[in-house]
Design a protein around this ligand. Structure first.
Ligand SMILES: Cc1ncc(COP(=O)(O)O)c(C=O)c1O
Length: 401
């Protein structure tokens, strides 16, 4: 067994690199080809149709009749747009964290002048709705202006029960806005903004929506639009009102539209429509099931295991895997240099003790089986104590799942 201290790209890694990080995800050729075009007139003609198509299609993927706003930017841009359009300096927000990303959103809120209180779930667990209900019921003066959480946390791969958190807010009789980050889950996992009573939903282009990084989406429900009227964190670039004014230049993008991304996103939304949302959610569930079967098989010896403790809380878009005594960095280096597969490492302190597989967006069975097979080869090379073959388990899950 050799130690991969140096990058040692071997003959097995030749050919296309397989990137299995949890976003940016694999971009379909259809999307990339749609983007590959000269710049059109931005004031009239085809681009205006593309923009209309995109805005017409966006409500359906979030399960809402509310319109979306599309800032040019990444997921952080979506977070900032949501906060600045609905809240005022000094407002208190309750952040529900189950990994890492809601906490970072909270850090942004604090930086922007909000007061932040965080409920942190034990690592590997979803937020407990009963804890949320208890906290909000104690807030008799309704000081909390908004509850912020993620649908799926990409660090822990834990999925929160959004309808249950909504029920908790209602059970406490609390009027706070409910804002949900669906950056990892949109287009991969069932999400019903209106039915689930979510006031603001945030997504970004680069994960389940199969479009290169650079666009965020923020869906604003009626309660959020009402809050917008008196929010004092509003600034010109993010402002929802300003983005609904007439005129081709300012309308919607506060300046020049992100032309290439819009062509790409329209193609991605067409692909989603052709597949059908239910089918798509089901595909993600089946593929995630194959990955989970592999992890279950590997974990029989106890060295490897899921970061997300409860099986029903495991995301269908990403799986975080604890590696115990095996150095996750060494494992990931081996996967990349020897076998051409790039994995996501754990975030922060978990970098050497966990890795993550993205199975979001444009993924299918051979991609997932290939990634699982490569990980298994690397684990075998590292003499990891494996309970059973993950490849066999994943194949069986796809055959019988
Ligand atoms: C759940 C979640 N929220 C927010 C973000 C931040 O998005 P971005 O890096 O595009 O700003 C990420 C990024 O991975 C994420 O996974």
């Amino acid at each position: 067994m050799s130690t991969p201290s140096q990058p040692i790209r071997t003959l097995l890694a030749a050919g296309p690199e397989v990137v299995a990080i949890p976003g940016p995800s694999v971009m379909p050729a259809r999307v990339l080809n749609a983007m590959h075009r000269p710049m059109p007139d931005i004031y009239a003609g085809e681009l205006t149709e593309v923009i209309d198509d995109v805005f017409d299609a966006l409500p359906a993927i979030a399960g809402t009749s509310s319109r979306a706003f599309v800032p040019i930017g990444n997921g952080h841009a979506g977070w900032e747009m949501a906060l600045s359009n609905t809240l005022s300096r000094g407002d208190l927000v309750l952040v529900l964290d189950c990994g890492r990303f809601a906490a970072i959103w909270g850090e942004m809120a604090e930086f922007n002048g909000l007061r932040v209180e965080t409920i942190t779930a034990p690592f590997g667990h979803a937020v407990d709705p009963a804890v949320v209900e208890e906290r909000l019921a104690a807030d008799r003066g309704h000081e909390v202006s908004a509850v912020l959480t993620v649908h799926v946390d990409t660090a822990s791969s834990v999925r929160n029960d959004i309808p249950a958190i909504r029920e908790a807010i209602d059970a406490a009789g609390h009027p706070a806005l409910f804002m949900v980050d669906c950056i990892a889950s949109m287009g991969c996992e069932r999400f019903e903004m209106d039915e689930w009573g979510v006031d603001v939903t945030i997504a970004a282009s680069q994960k389940g929506l199969m479009t290169p990084p650079g666009l965020a989406m923020v869906w604003a429900g009626p309660k959020a639009l009402a809050a917008h009227e008196h929010a004092d964190l509003r600034t010109r670039y993010w402002d929802w009102t300003y983005r609904t004014e007439d005129g081709p230049y300012y309308l919607r993008f506060c300046g020049t539209p992100p032309v290439s991304h819009l062509f790409g996103l329209r193609e991605a939304l067409r692909m989603i429509d052709e597949e059908g949302l239910d089918e798509r959610w089901r595909r993600h569930e089946r593929l995630a099931g194959a990955v989970r079967a592999a992890v279950d098989a590997w974990s029989a010896e106890g060295a490897i295991g899921f970061t997300a403790v409860m099986s029903e809380q495991r995301s269908h878009a990403v799986t975080s895997i604890r590696t115990g005594s095996i150095d996750a960095e060494a494992l990931s280096l081996r996967c990349r240099e020897q076998f051409g597969v790039t994995l996501g490492l754990g975030i922060g302190d978990a970098a050497t003790s966990s890795f993550r597989i993205g199975h979001m967006g444009h993924v299918n069975a051979p991609m997932v089986l290939g990634v699982v097979g490569v990980i298994e080869s690397a684990l075998l090379e590292l003499d990891a104590p494996l309970g059973a073959s993950g490849v066999a388990a994943a194949s069986a899950a796809l055959a019988h799942g």
